[in-house]
Design a protein around this ligand. Structure first.
Ligand code: 1PR
Length: 622
C-alpha cells in the first residue's frame, strides 16, 4: 500500500489524482502509527518550509518520519517534501528540517531573474546513470521539461549534498539541485504531478520500482551515489541547452449563462455578450467613457453601483433572460476545454470566475466541481481566479479569503488569482504609508501556501493624454509614450499604438469588478504593492486589448515587468503566432496567455509553440 502524507496545507489533490490516473491506490497518513506501519510514503509538500515542518510537528510526525526513513523503506518527497529532508532552510531558519541530507536550503538571488521561479525547465543528470538509470527514474528521452515553482533551492556546491545529487537544473545563472536520491530516499524539487506526461512517467517509475521491490525484494531505484560523476563541462553545457522555458497559458473565463449553466465565455474589452443585438445589460460590460476633455481622454469605465450579493450560478442580480437583448457567448464546457488545452500542449490552464465579484465563492459549487473535474485529467498547473476575498455566505457564515483559497487548493487548484481585492489591499497599503497590515488576502494566503500560490490579476485600462504634462503625478511617472520605444529598453522599437484621437501618451488605470469600476491607482503602484504584500506572480490583462486580436500591449507588459521582481504573465490581445514571439522577445516576459484564438480554434497552441521554436524562443516540447 502506498501512503500519502498531507501536513495540512497545500494542494495535495493533484498528486492524489495523478497517482489514481496511474492505476495505484493509496491511503492518507492520519496518525504517527500510520507512518510506523507504512511500507512506502509519498510526501507531496507544497507551500512554505516553515508551515510544512510546523504541520508535521503538530501532528507528531517528525520523529516517526525520521525513523521511517532510517529503516530503509521507500520515501519520495516532492518540492517541500524534498526540502524537508535537509537540515534547515533560510525560509524559516528557526524551524529544523528532518536532517536526512547534511546540507541546507537557500534562496534564489533575484539579481538576474524573477523569483519565485515559476515554469518549466529541464533536468541534467549529475552522475553517469546511463540509459538504465534514466529508465529507472522515468527520465526517458532526456529532453523532457518539468514544472518548477519555488523561491528556495539547494545549492549544488554544498559538500554534504554531493553524493545525493541525482539531477541539476539551471535558473538564471544559478545551478541547483533539482532531484536527490540515495538508498531508499528520492526527492524532486519540481512537481512531477504537474509536469504532464513526463512527470507522470517519473511518478510511475518510482511506483513501479518500489512495487517490485516490495514484492520480490529487489533493490528498487538505481542508487546514483554509486555511479561515477560526469564531467562538469558536459553537465554545464547540458544545463544551458535545456534551460528555463517560456510558458503558454490557456485562459478560460467562466460564468453562468442565462440558462444557469456554467460556460466558458469570452469578451471583447470584457463585454461577454453576443454582439449582433443592440442593448447590453449594464452589469455585463465595462461602462462607457467618463467625461473626456480634449486633452485627456479615457476609455475607462465609470463606477457603477454595487451589485447585490448572489451566487454565481443563480445570478439573480441580472434581469430575467426574457428581457435580455444579448446572450452570454458560450464557447464550451470548462472541463472539456481545459482537457483539450492540456492535450494540445498548454503549459498552464487558468479559470477566471468572472462574475464572482458578486457571489459568495464557497457556495459556488459548480466552480468547485469544475476544478475537481479538471484536476482529474489535466496534469499541468491550474489557476483559479474570481472571488478570492473575505465573503459572507447567504446564511451569514463568514468566510475568510484564506478559507476560500484553501477550498480551491483542496479541489485541485495550484494557484489562486486575486483581482479586485488586491486593488483594495494596495489602496490600504498606500494609505498606511506602505505598512502591511498582515491581514489582507494576499498576505494570509501567501503566508500559508507560499508566494508562488498567489497570483494577482490586473485589469487595467488606458487613460489617454495628448501630452505628458497633463497627466498628474504619481501616474505621470508611469505613463508611456505610445509612439516611443520600450521604457526599460530604449533600443527596442515598437509600432505606434496611439489613442483613438491620436493621443500619444497614456497611463494605465486599475479597475475592479472586471473593469466595471476604475480606481485612482496605476499599474506600477499596484504591481509594487502586491509584490510587497507577498504575491508571487502577476497576470496582466488589458481591458483595451482584450479580444482585439491586435497583439499584446508590449509597452504595458514592459512597464509592469520592469517594476517588480516577480514573474509576469502577459495577457489580452493575442491574434496570431507572431504576437507571442513579439511579446517574449521585446519584453522578456515569463509567460503569455490567450483565450479567444484558442477557444475558436483560430490558432492552435501547437502552432504557437512551433513558431516560437523557429524563432529560437525556448518552450516546453509536449
Ligand atoms: O475581482 O478577484 O473577483 O476576479 C475577477 C477575475 O475575473 C479577474 O481576474 C478579472 O480579470 C476577470 N474578469 C472579470 N470580468 C471579466 C470579463 O471579461 N468580463 N475577464 C474578466 C478577464 C481577461 C482575460 C482574457 C484575456 C485574453 N478577461 O481573462 O482571458 O484578456 O483574452 P484574449 O486572448 O481573447 O484577448 P475578482
Amino acid at each position: 500500500m502506498l501512503w500519502l502524507l498531507d501536513y495540512g496545507a497545500g494542494n495535495v489533490a493533484s498528486l492524489a489524482n495523478s497517482v489514481r490516473s496511474l492505476g495505484y491506490e493509496f491511503k492518507w497518513i492520519q496518525t504517527a502509527e500510520d507512518i510506523k506501519n507504512a511500507d512506502r510514503i509519498l510526501f507531496p509538500g507544497v507551500g512554505a518550509f516553515g508551515s510544512a515542518m510546523a504541520g508535521l510537528q503538530k501532528r507528531g510526525f517528525v520523529e516517526p518520519l525520521k525513523e521511517y526513513i532510517a529503516s530503509g523503506r521507500p520515501y519520495m518527497g516532492i518540492c517541500i517534501g524534498m526540502q524537508a529532508l535537509f537540515e534547515s532552510s533560510v525560509e524559516s531558519p528557526d524551524q529544523p528540517g528532518l536532517g536526512v541530507i547534511p546540507a541546507s536550503v537557500g534562496r534564489f538571488t533575484a539579481d538576474d531573474k524573477k523569483v519565485p521561479c515559476i515554469g518549466w525547465n529541464g533536468v541534467t543528470e549529475r552522475r553517469d546513470i546511463g540509459e538504465e538509470g534514466r529508465k529507472a527514474y522515468g527520465l526517458a528521452d532526456g529532453e523532457d521539461s518539468y514544472y518548477f515553482v519555488h523561491s528556495f533551492r539547494a545549492d549544488a556546491t554544498q559538500p554534504g549534498i554531493q553524493d545525493w545529487i541525482l539531477t541539476m537544473t539551471q535558473y538564471g545563472d544559478e545551478k541547483y539541485v533539482s532531484s536527490v536520491q540515495k538508498g531508499n530516499v528520492f526527492g524532486t524539487q519540481f512537481h512531477p504531478e504537474k509536469s504532464g506526461r513526463a512527470g507522470l512517467a517519473l511518478i510511475k517509475a518510482w511506483l513501479d520500482s518500489t512495487d517490485s521491490a516490495a514484492k520480490d525484494g529487489s533493490k528498487g531505484l538505481l542508487d546514483v551515489s554509486t555511479k561515477p560523476l560526469r564531467e562538469q563541462a558536459d553537465v554545464d553545457a547540458d544545463l544551458v541547452r535545456k534551460g528555463f522555458t517560456k510558458r503558454i497559458v490557456a485562459c478560460l473565463d467562466v460564468r453562468a449563462n442565462d440558462q444557469g449553466d456554467l460556460v466558458v465565455t469570452k469578451g471583447d474589452q470584457y463585454d461577454v455578450r453576443e454582439a449582433e443585438e443592440s442593448e447590453t445589460t449594464a452589469d455585463d460590460r465595462p461602462s462607457g467613457a467618463p467625461e473626456e476633455s480634449s486633452e485627456t481622454s479615457s476609455s475607462a469605465p465609470v463606477a457603477e453601483p454595487t451589485l447585490p450579493t448572489s451566487t454565481v450560478s443563480a445570478d439573480p442580480s441580472e434581469p430575467p433572460p426574457a428581457k435580455r437583448q444579448r446572450q452570454v457567448r458560450n464557447l464550451g464546457k470548462p472541463v472539456d476545454l481545459a482537457r483539450r488545452y492540456y492535450d494540445e500542449g498548454a503549459d498552464e490552464v487558468a479559470f477566471l470566475n468572472i462574475t464572482a465579484f458578486r457571489s459568495t465563492p464557497l457556495h459556488d459549487q459548480p466552480m468547485l466541481d469544475v476544478l475537481r473535474g479538471a484536476s482529474e485529467t489535466v496534469f499541468v498547473p491550474l489557476t483559479i481566479g474570481g472571488g478570492i476575498r473575505d465573503s459572507v455566505d447567504p446564511d451569514g457564515t463568514k468566510r475568510s479569503a484564506l478559507e476560500v483559497a484553501g477550498t480551491y487548493f483542496r479541489c485541485g487548484a495550484d494557484k489562486v488569482s486575486i483581482g479586485s481585492d488586491a486593488v483594495f489591499a494596495v489602496e490600504e497599503l498606500l494609505a498606511a504609508d506602505g505598512k502591511p497590515s498582515g491581514k489582507t488576502s494576499i498576505e494570509t494566503i501567501s503566508y500559508a501556501y507560499g508566494a508562488q500560490a498567489v497570483v494577482v490579476s490586473f485589469d487595467p485600462k488606458r487613460v489617454y493624454s495628448k501630452s505628458l504634462e497633463d497627466i498628474a503625478e504619481p501616474h505621470r511617472s508611469s505613463a508611456v509614450d505610445l509612439a516611443g520605444p520600450l521604457r526599460s529598453a530604449p533600443d527596442t522599437k515598437l509600432r505606434d499604438d496611439l489613442g483613438p484621437n491620436g493621443e500619444r501618451y497614456c497611463w494605465y488605470q486599475c479597475t475592479v469588478s472586471g473593469g466595471r469600476e476604475v480606481r485612482d491607482l496605476d499599474v506600477v503602484q499596484l504591481a509594487q504593492g502586491v509584490e510587497k504584500l507577498g504575491a508571487g506572480e502577476i497576470l496582466l490583462n488589458s481591458v483595451d486589448k482584450d479580444g482585439s486580436k491586435s497583439g499584446f500591449d508590449c509597452r504595458l507588459v514592459d512597464l509592469v515587468r520592469s517594476s517588480v521582481s516577480i514573474p509576469v504573465v502577459a495577457s489580452s490581445g493575442a491574434g496570431k503566432v507572431e504576437d507571442f514571439t513579439e511579446v517574449f522577445k521585446t519584453t522578456g516576459v515569463e509567460a503569455a496567455l490567450a483565450a479567444g484564438i484558442f477557444h475558436r480554434k483560430e490558432v492552435p497552441i501547437e502552432d504557437v509553440k512551433k513558431h516560437l521554436v523557429d524563432e529560437a524562443v525556448k518552450i516546453r516540447k509536449v
